[in-house]
Design a protein around this ligand. Sequence first.
Ligand SMILES: C[S@@+](CC[C@H](N)C(=O)[O-])C[C@H]1O[C@@H](n2cnc3c(N)ncnc32)[C@H](O)[C@@H]1O
Length: 357
Amino acid sequence: MAEHPTTPGPDEPVRPEDSGGRHRVYEGCHRQYDGRHQAIAGPEGLSVWVTAQSSGPVQRRGRYLPESVKHPARMLPAIAAHAVHAYTQPGDLVLDPMCGIGTTLVEAVHAGRDAIGVEYESRWSDIADANVTHAQHQGATGRGAVIRGDSTRILSLVPAALAGQVALVVTSPPYGPTVHGLVRPGADGVAKFDNAYNDGTDRGNLAYRDLTGLADGFAQILAGCYTLLRPGGVVVVTARPWRKHGQLVDLPSAVIGAGIRAGLTPVDRCVALLAAVRGGHLVARPSFFQLQQVRRACTAGTPMHLIAHEDVLVFAKTQKSASSAEPKCSRCESGCPEGTSCHADTGVQGNSGRRSG
Ligand SMILES: C[S@@+](CC[C@H](N)C(=O)[O-])C[C@H]1O[C@@H](n2cnc3c(N)ncnc32)[C@H](O)[C@@H]1O
């Protein structure tokens, strides 16, 4: 599997002239809080979360333990914070079933929410645990807990009393087995490090499955989350396509399919910026390898653009129809095949990413 082109982990500073062009951003903010994040309504109702006004390292500095940087695909803290503020109230319970170094948990407890996370790799769950403790030492008022385990069996990992209690799930599936991690100059050019979840031999980590296996495992995880969610509870998944043999692999549509199979209703599709907005224009922060990939493609005559955002796929736990326990697509009556756009009744068009209502 090819490397994902846009891992947030590296966060290398980049000159504006390297940003792959400056793009006009929609005017008209409709939501702002904390003085840090805002969502911008686009002309078609698309919500844009302005989540990268500062870089990942700046967002994490002092708030996360330094060893957090070793995780190869961390979520930008502002994305998790935005979701927590947008979809929960203080005292609510937030869950991340694939919590990595605990970004969702840290942002939740700082916002006065309680948080529980599950992570497959002990290496990352230990850091998540330490990050939550660090947040509490800094005055975070929420309670947090981290469990090491396989979230495809999440109902056997968390206390049964949590069923129906979770207000919000914020999570992000792995984008394939190799990610960019960090780079440093070496004798033979630029070398990567901290660019893997584990040694690659353990398929329990969904990062080491193909797209179908990843989507199946993720659907299992979301089905467990469905049971843990309270009625009306929300699931926020961030995802990006990755490139394989030059072609984009459509992870966001696979995530939508997984959510529907788990019984969730897709209710929105937003954009979380990985680029800063300066004077109404986007200023991207691509990694070294992203830039290299785009430049090589352009040199070879293949037009390729930097990806400067995460897709944010929003689901809700709505009432299932009494006639069926299985999630059904009301257009095709047989369940949407993974990766298709048969989501007309929810107002979400699976492949275009635009909310129709
Ligand atoms: C994209 S990363 C999430 C990063 C996280 N949002 C953060 O900011 O640190 C996906 C995580 O899912 C974990 N993972 C993979 N398979 C898992 C499973 N079956 N159960 C629980 N966690 C899993 C990976 O080890 C990885 O840390």
